[in-house]
Design a protein around this ligand. Structure first.
Ligand code: DAH
Length: 346
């Protein structure tokens, strides 16, 4: 073997080593490779043997070539040995990132907002539009136009939260959503079919069933030839959808509201006991939802509509009450405490 042939053989072997060593899967395979690269029947052994047959002046160069080869192989072997050792050490501390992990906690709508949106869906399905009005109202819209005269008890300081803007007792936080009826009739031409959900305020002391802030939904229909049958039919259809139960019955009992004539208190049969009497309905079999009636002619006159030409019906009810019934909640305060442990359940 000439010096050049020897160099070529060592280069070949080193190329093979570079390709094979980093892929050695375990220490056994690495030992095997080491033997084949520098052991008894390796290119290194053959070169060592060949050096003896070379001319004396070629031997130093040949020795250098062999030394470089051995060093390069040793370096590759050591590096892979180190890798295998760290892999083995890691195996005891494996963190499996493919399993579980912590899901991101996402928020969701407040229960009252969910109920409000659901009601809006039901009514838009019946052909209604959603209307809005301001939470700070004037005397005209909150009371006067609704046929609530100045001496009416609903105006007393006890119930109404007045705002110190303008003349005394002229500006207030709306005590119900009924003023949106007035605003809608003032700004739109009948036929009108609207629902108006929103926040309402009363000077109430907070207890399990009362809150100074609560939500209502108002419904107003104005058209030609509307009768109480339309009112009853609408409420029945909406109650069945709301409680997702076709056997729900509705009950109307004579009542009084200044802006409707006749007026009725609106109740539905208890969806929990089906009318037999339970804790939710206080053993009565009925759940009172709100008030309703046929729009009083004086209300039409107040907004400039001819009561001979137009008829209307209206109803209003509380959203907290509906949420409480549906979810079996008996504390209205829980809606406003904003404890996420409570709210996250719904
Ligand atoms: N505004 C009434 C309340 O706050 C509820 C109500 C009763 C609304 C009769 C109406 C109605 O539209 O016709 O208790």
């Amino acid at each position: 073997m000439t010096l050049d042939e020897m160099r070529a053989a060592l280069d070949d072997a080193l190329r093979g080593a570079r390709a094979a060593i980093p892929g050695a899967g375990d220490v056994g395979a690495l030992d095997e490779l080491q033997r084949s690269l520098v052991g008894k029947r390796s290119a290194a052994a053959a070169a060592k043997e060949a050096i003896k047959g070379l001319a004396a002046d070629e031997r130093p160069a040949a020795g250098q070539a062999l030394g470089a080869y051995n060093a390069a192989v040793a370096e590759l072997i050591d590096a892979r040995r180190g890798d295998l050792a760290s892999l083995a050490a890691l195996e005891g501390h494996v963190v499996d990132l493919t399993l579980g992990g912590h899901g991101r906690v996402r928020g969701h709508l407040h229960l009252i907002t969910q109920v409000q949106r659901e009601l809006e869906d039901i009514f838009t399905g019946l052909g209604y539009r959603v209307a809005e009005g301001p939470e700070v109202e004037d005397d005209w819209h909150n009371f006067e136009a609704l046929n609530i005269p100045p001496a009416h008890p609903a105006r007393s300081m006890q119930d109404t939260l007045y705002v110190a803007l303008g003349a005394d007792e002229q500006v207030m936080l709306r005590t119900h959503t009924s003023p949106v009826q007035i605003r809608t009739m003032e700004s739109q031409v009948p036929p009108i079919y609207v629902v108006a959900p929103g926040r309402t305020y009363r000077n109430e002391t907070l207890d399990a069933r009362h809150s100074p802030v609560f939500h209502q939904m108002e419904c107003l229909a104005v058209d030609r030839g509307l009768t109480m049958a339309d009112l009853f039919g609408t409420i029945e259809a909406f109650a069945k959808r709301l409680f997702d139960d076709d056997s729900v019955r509705t009950r109307f009992r004579s009542d009084f509201f200044p802006y409707t004539e006749p007026s009725a208190e609106l109740a539905v049969s208890c969806v929990f006991c089906r009318g037999e009497g339970c804790r939710v309905c206080s053993q009565t079999g009925w759940i009172e939802l709100g008030g309703c009636g046929m729009v009083d002619p004086s209300v039409f006159t107040a907004v400039g509509l001819d009561p001979e030409e137009w008829q209307g019906f209206a109803f209003g009810f509380g959203l907290e009450r509906i949420a409480m019934i549906r979810c079996g909640i008996d504390e209205i305060r829980t809606f406003f405490d904003n404890d996420v442990r409570f709210l996250a359940q719904y």
